[in-house]
Write a protein that binds this ligand. Structure first.
Ligand code: C2E
Ligand code: CA
Ligand code: CA
Length: 783
């Protein structure tokens, strides 16, 4: 007999049992789901992650097959699967859109399906598996995203419940987000590497090859192409990947035929299912333009053999990569230009100083003839023509002079322009000093006829100095200095005079000898002084730093320019103690300035010679001088030229100074073509653009394009830039327009004594700072 209340107990026990079972199931399901979610958040490659998640779903939901499908041209293609053979045709052929799947795509909601409904929602290749029910779950609720579905198939016949669908909907979304995150993380990581990997390629051939390889990795693709664009034609430049098509076998195609072209021309990326640029079999394709001044100069194509679409993140990353690539291409172009410049004078097409010196060096050391002649010509009256008729006529006159001088020389001679109105001829087949004089006269004769300049007749002549050099006994440097000195003598007797040095040359070397010995004593005799030239924020004119420049006032000879005595001090090694003294002076001066109100972030720049970088003590000495003066090493910039390292490894001194926080700037940047290659190995954080480029920066032309390219490169390498030798307001304006922030030059201030510099600081800095200036001072704020 059942007592009252006992019924309730039975019912309750039953309910409890059910609840426990449900809880156990829930617990089991929750456990599976948690495992699934753990999979989603564990570090794994995107493909691997998807595979593991699909396997997890298959277990948690008792599904025989779990896959992700993409809708492509009215068919579903499987892009990832668990429980499906890899070669299954549903990967490539897919199946026609069925009723339930179509509803899921259209309405963006999960839909359950079973065999009774009659709809053919199973790929034909799976027909034999006895599949009886399925679930179609959109990977994204937003119509902006691609049409991807998560599909689960069961053969048990148990249909997917509302709760199942609910859970699956959230899992699918998480799965998509996790896969995208993962894809983005991998891509960003690879992107971060790719900048470094592209930058070292200074020749564009190896650059495009590397770009194709990196693009393939970056976009997780099967193939990648770099396609050049020129004159409305697209042509393959590099290919990396599995496609059997050889790049050069493709030839050219009109860009208008490319499906991605219209988008690329707008500067945007294109993705979709199409044939890549080469017209081969359709694949999932991504195309991003490589832009220069908003115009595509190349296209980057990536393709995946399967229909896995390119996500938004990968597309964005490919766009960033394209801009890296564009900068790298520009650098390669800059390198070519600088290399060309390194041996050619752009105005006249003659050899330049570098090439002439190389030639002279060669004939004096390894040439076949015992004697060599050198002529140094400086035009008389050129400046007057330039001032009266203008810059352009001046340029034209130089070109005409170059032609005439060239025609007066023989094939064995090399004519070079050294800059301005200076020309130098290296003479072959010379037997005596008389031969040198004779060629010099021929050059003067060649200039006798008036020049025709824009309808005006103009007369110029030249003063020429000549010397004779003997193989194995004379150096290029000596010959150049002596010829230069002879030219000055000619000029004083001029115009139109040839002066040759024979014995006088040795007098001059004596002269240098005495200067050398006097240099040794100059430090003790207090004959040196350090001047300071401000480096300013171009827009506000506010000094952010000063460059220390050495001056020597000789008791009898007067001021001797650093261009003359520094090479001598370098030859004797005297530059080491002198250079240390400059650092000491400069640091003490900086410490004084930094105590002035508003000047605490002021920096100092000091020039360092090669000899100092090779001298073991320099680093310790310099750092201890900074400490003694009380300035932070991070406030000191050392300016070195690329010649300082002569192509060798970075010295121990450099490394040590850098490790102590001292910064390096590359001086006279661009004046030598190896600058760019050198940048790779030298820890410079700032480039000082050589003033030869600044003189022409206000006009459209090579100078300006080089400055533009240097700025772009510096930006990509995160380097500061200082423009040297800014002499005019239009140069400053152009530099600002090109994005250069810092400059130095007579337009702002010449080098001046410390006390004058102090006055300048009081006037320009100790007043409240303009806000624009503060944000621009990267040079001033780098630690
Ligand atoms: P630099 O390092 O390129 O220094 C800049 C030179 O350009 C300075 O010549 C400066 O007076 C000059 N300058 C500045 N603004 C303008 C401008 O607007 N137009 C023109 N045409 N020139 C401008 P400076 O003082 O005669 O020095 C010549 C070179 O001597 C320096 O070239 C540097 O290489 C070397 N030098 C000077 N002081 C030192 C030093 O203490 N140690 C070492 N190792 N070298 C030094
Ligand atoms: Ca300098
Ligand atoms: Ca310089």
């Amino acid at each position: 007999m059942i007592e009252p209340g006992q019924h309730d107990v039975v019912a309750l026990t039953e309910q409890l049992r059910e609840a426990t079972t449900a809880a156990r199931h829930a617990y089991r399901d929750t456990g599976r789901l948690i495992r699934l979610l753990t999979v989603l958040s564990s570090p794994a490659a995107p493909d691997e992650l998807l595979g593991r998640a699909l396997a997890g779903l298959s277990e948690a939901f008792d599904a025989d097959i779990v896959c992700v499908v993409s809708e492509v041209d009215d068919r579903f293609l499987v892009t990832a699967a668990s429980g499906l053979a890899e070669g299954d045709t549903s990967h490539v052929e897919g199946w026609a859109l069925g009723g339930a799947a179509a509803t899921a795509v259209r309405d963006r909601r999960p839909v359950a399906w079973d065999i009774e409904s009659g709809a053919r929602d199973v790929p034909p290749s799976l027909a034999g598996l006895g599949i009886r029910s399925g679930a179609f779950v959109p990977m994204s609720a937003s119509t902006e995203q691609s049409d991807e579905l998560l599909v689960l198939y069961r053969s048990t016949g148990e249909t997917f419940s509302g709760t199942d669908l609910h859970v699956l909907a959230s899992v699918a979304q998480r799965l998509r987000i996790a896969a995208e995150d993962r894809e983005r993380a991998v891509a960003i990581e690879r992107l971060a590497e790719s900048g470094h990997l592209l930058a070292p390629h200074l020749d564009s051939g190896s650059l495009v090859e590397t770009a194709a390889e990196l693009l393939k990795r970056l976009t997780m693709s099967d193939d990648a192409w770099v396609v050049g664009i020129s004159d409305g034609l697209a042509y393959g430049r590099a290919h990396h990947g599995t496609a059997p098509v050889a790049v050069d076998a493709i030839g050219e195609r009109p860009v208008a035929e490319l499906r991605a072209w219209n988008t690329a021309a707008r500067g945007e990326a294109w993705t979709g299912f199409a044939e890549p640029w080469d017209g081969s079999v359709p694949r999932t394709v991504l195309c991003v333009p490589v832009l220069r001044d908003s115009t595509p100069i190349a296209l980057l194509y990536a393709s995946r053999n399967g229909p896995r679409p390119f996500g938004v993140e990968v597309t964005e990353i490919a766009m960033i990569f394209a801009s890296y690539f564009s900068t790298a291409l520009e650098n390669a172009g800059l390198y070519r230009e600088l290399r060309h410049r390194a041996t050619q004078d752009p105005l006249t097409g003659l050899a330049n100083r570098e090439l002439a010196v190389q030639r002279l060096d060669h004939v004096l050391t390894a040439g076949s003839e015992p004697l060599t002649g050198l002529l140094f010509c400086d035009l008389d009256g050129f400046k007057a023509v330039n001032d009266r008729l203008g810059h352009e006529s001046g340029d034209e006159l130089l070109q005409q002079v170059a032609d005439r001088l060239q025609n007066a020389l023989r094939l064995k001679d090399l004519l070079a322009r050294f800059g301005g109105d200076e020309f130098v001829a290296v003479l072959g087949e010379i037997r005596s000093l008389d031969d040198v004089t004779e060629v010099g006269r021929r050059l003067i004769d060649a200039l006798r006829e008036p020049f025709e300049l824009g309808g005006e007749r103009v007369i110029v002549s030249a003063s020429i100095g000549g010397v004779l050099g003997a193989r194995g006994a004379t150096t290029a440097g000596t010959m150049l200095r002596d010829a230069d000195a002879a030219m000055y003598v000619a000029k004083s007797r001029g115009p139109g005079v040839v002066e040759v040095f024979d014995d006088a040359a040795s007098n001059r070397s004596l002269d240098r000898l005495s200067i050398r010995s006097e240099l040794l004593r100059a430090l003790d005799r207090n004959e040196f002084e350090v001047l300071y030239q401000p480096i300013v924020d171009l827009e506000s004119g506010r000094p952010t730093a000063f460059e220390a420049l050495l001056r020597w006032t000789h008791p009898e000879r007067g001021a001797i320019p650093p261009d003359v005595f520094i090479p001598l001090a370098e030859e004797t090694g005297e530059i080491v103690p002198i250079g240390t003294w400059v650092v000491e002076q400069a640091c003490q001066q900086l410490a004084t300035w930094q105590r002035m109100p508003g000047c605490d972030d002021l920096k100092i720049s000091v020039n360092l010679s090669a000899a100092q970088l090779w001298h073991g003590d320099t680093a310790d000495k310099v750092v201890s001088l900074m400490h003694e003066a009380g300035v932070a090493p991070g406030d000191v910039w050392l300016e070195v030229t690329e010649r300082s390292h002569a192509g060798d490894d970075v010295t121990a001194v450099t490394k040590r100074l850098r490790a102590n926080g001292v910064h390096f700037a590359l001086d006279d940047f661009g004046s030598s073509y190896s600058n760019l290659a050198y940048l790779k190995q030298f820890p410079a954080e700032c480039l000082k653009i050589d003033r030869s480029f600044i003189s022409g920066v206000a006009r459209e032309g090579t100078d300006r394009s080089i400055v533009r390219a240097i700025l772009a490169m510096a930006e990509s390498l995160n380097l500061d830039v200082v423009a040297e030798g800014v002499e005019q307001s239009d140069q400053r304006d152009s530099l600002i327009a090109l994005g250069c922030r810092l400059g130095q030059g007579y337009f702002f201030a010449p080098a001046m004594a410390g006390s004058e510099a102090t006055a300048l600081l009081r006037e320009r800095v100790a007043v409240p700072r303009p806000s624009t200036a503060v944000s621009g001072l990267r040079l001033a704020s780098r630690r």
